[in-house]
Ligand binder design. Structure first.
Ligand code: SF4
Ligand code: SF4
Length: 177
């Protein structure tokens, strides 16, 4: 099973467990999955960004798998100041690549260069891309590439999609009573 199918199965199990006494809802599960995995609204993404920090398990999986991280010139200067090193030296050490956007770079590395003992060494000044993960990542992919790219390893996303499916099922059942 690939990672996305495995993810969907985990979400299905969560939802199935909660709805085990509701055969009407379970009968609509396939339809709910089709909708939920094909589209997402801006409002849902904004809501996710608002709550995600409270749901984060600090597992560090995103820091091991989300390369490259986009980082701005200003963010690099902040990081250099925080580490007390020169911005040029830091840029060279990170093997930055052009991102295609002026003053923005791609920071490669799986795991991230700054991840040590599962902790971010620059946590107070980490890039915006890290602060906004995973909702910001979903939003960026949706806006720039028009795709719903799911970071299947993130437990926040698993919970979020289970709740989206439950929401869809409850709305759909309400319409039919
Ligand atoms: S993968 Fe998700 S749960 Fe784990 S640290 Fe990253 S944002 Fe938090
Ligand atoms: S900068 Fe910190 S939060 Fe961002 S990917 Fe690297 S280790 Fe993770």
């Amino acid at each position: 099973m690939d990672e996305l199918e495995d993810f969907k199965q985990r979400v299905r199990n969560r939802v199935g467990e909660l709805l085990k006494n509701s055969p009407e809802a379970l009968a609509r599960l396939e339809e709910a999955e089709r909708i939920v995995y094909s589209q997402i609204s801006k409002a849902e993404l904004e809501a996710l960004i608002l709550i995600q920090d409270r749901l984060c398990k600090r597992c560090g999986e995103c820091c091991r798998r989300c390369s490259p991280v986009m980082v701005s010139r200003g963010e690099l200067e902040n990081i250099a100041r925080f580490l007390n090193v020169s911005p040029e030296g830091l840029r060279n050490r990170l093997n930055l690549e052009p991102s295609g956007f002026e003053d923005w770079f791609n920071m490669p590395g799986n795991p991230c260069f700054f991840l040590k003992n599962n902790e971010c060494l620059i946590y107070p000044v980490r890039p915006q891309a890290c602060r906004l993960f995973p909702g910001g990542y979903l939003r960026l992919k949706a806006e720039t590439e028009g795709v719903l790219e799911i970071p299947t390893y993130c437990s926040i996303i698993e919970k979020f999609f289970a709740e989206r499916i439950l929401g869809f099922l409850f709305r759909s059942l309400r319409k039919h009573v």
